[in-house]
Design a protein around this ligand. Structure first.
Ligand SMILES: Cc1ncc(COP(=O)(O)O)c(C=O)c1O
Length: 396
């Protein structure tokens, strides 16, 4: 079964009792038992729920593995993996770029209870080899990363990590299973902020953990019930609905991202464009190899001041200034003050995360409108600079 067909048909037969083509939402907390301990496979919706289970099956199919567990948010999913595998004294390796919330949970929750976080450029094979040791429990990576869309060679990193007995966790939120299949590249666990492209409509918060191996999955599955950060059935139903158009959406997101990257690349007010589809992107060749497309996100550094970035980002016609990404409606974000503000300014500077970086999540709008909106914003900036200069000259 191909990807689009899976999103519509996998694990989604018509509802058996009534024949309803789209199975109704099982909006229930508990289930009637015929006798104590004798149920029909469901006994309490924190433990399991038919709507959630359907979605777990679909996500597992999309990532090509047998096991998936849903959580109330992407960070709850990450927490389950970290709680399952990171013990005091253990080490975790993360790349230069990770989602700000991942940085925060590691540095503010797991580091204080004894985990060591090593953060460096995972493209540096020598640095990776020398950092890996008997205490390394997890190598965690995103590719493309949030927010700079850095690309890492997942297969090469996984091979190195496995040689030292470490688990490889890939946050596949940005790439999505449509463009990248981390399990075929050696991942042991995949995490998702389902909130983003999988749900796709900026109308819910949800996360997922996937695994190929039952033994690797089991501790995470245990924590899903034991710690209880589960999504409600209605949100699972919304994701099932959103997923059915995922391929169509991803094709459009990627087309829009490519058109925007091309329009911004070389613009005099743009210092640098980050998009893996550009031949000049350092990870372009790896992306070509390990992805089937370049994804739907674009970031760029404005050649200007933080005030200009703020003015640009808050006055776009189609790009709404807001956190998050991956929805049908375009979003624009200033990572330094928004998604990555939880990384202290000095650490951001050390990691090379510029304060004039702008992250774009083009939606499913027409690319011509989106490009026009961005170019108009840059033209406004240029005009404003011209005016300031004229006033200064006049005053002088
Ligand atoms: C790459 C990535 N991973 C994880 C998360 C966390 O997901 P959530 O916001 O659903 O908790 C985000 C959120 O922006 C993200 O961008």
């Amino acid at each position: 079964m191909k990807f689009a067909t899976k999103t519509i048909h996998a694990a989604q037969p018509a509802e058996p009792e009534t024949g309803a083509l789209i199975a109704p939402i099982c909006q229930t907390s508990t289930y009637e038992q015929e006798a104590p301990g004798c149920d029909k496979g469901f006994n309490y919706s924190r433990t399991n729920n038919p709507t959630r289970e359907r979605l777990e099956h679909v996500l597992a199919e999309l990532e090509g593995v047998a096991h998936a567990a849903l959580f109330a948010s992407g960070l709850a999913a990450e927490n389950a993996v970290l709680q399952a595998y990171l013990r005091p004294g253990d080490e975790i390796i993360i790349p230069l770029d990770v989602y700000g919330g991942t940085y925060r949970i590691l540095n503010r929750v797991f580091q204080p209870i004894g985990a060591t976080i090593r953060q460096f450029d995972l493209a540096d094979a020598t640095a990776l080899e020398s950092a890996l040791n008997a205490r390394t429990r997890i190598v965690w990576l995103e590719s493309p990363t949030n927010p700079r869309l850095l690309v890492y060679d997942i297969a090469a990193i996984a091979a190195r990590a496995h040689a030292h007995g470490a688990l490889v966790v890939v946050d596949n939120t940005f790439a999505t299973p449509y463009f990248q299949q981390p399990f075929t590249l050696g991942a042991d666990l995949v995490v998702h902020s389902v909130t983003k492209y999988l749900a796709g409509h900026s109308d819910l918060i949800q996360g997922a953990v996937l695994a190929r191996d039952a033994a690797v999955f089991e501790p995470v599955k245990f924590l899903q019930n034991a710690t209880g950060a589960v999504p409600g059935p209605f949100d699972c139903w919304l994701t099932l609905r959103g997923l059915k158009t995922m391929e169509l959406r991803m094709i459009r997101h990627a087309e829009n991202a490519a058109a925007i990257a091309e329009a911004l690349d070389g613009h005099p007010l743009v210092r640098r464009v980050y998009f893996p589809g550009l031949a000049s992107h350092p990870g372009h060749e790896i992306a070509r190899r390990q992805m089937t497309g370049f994804g739907g996100m674009v970031s760029f550094e404005l050649d200007g001041t933080v005030e200009e970035v703020a003015a640009f980002a808050s006055s776009r016609r189609y790009f709404t200034l807001g956190e998050s990404l991956g929805g049908v409606k375009a979003l624009i974000c200033h990572p330094a003050t928004m998604t990555h503000a939880s990384i202290p300014a000095e650490a951001r500077a050390e990691l090379g995360l510029s304060d004039t970086l702008i992250r774009l999540s083009p939606g499913c709008e027409n690319s011509a409108d989106l490009v026009e909106d961005l170019l108009a914003g840059l033209a406004q900036l240029e005009a404003a600079r011209g005016q300031t200069k004229a006033v200064a000259t006049h005053a002088g």
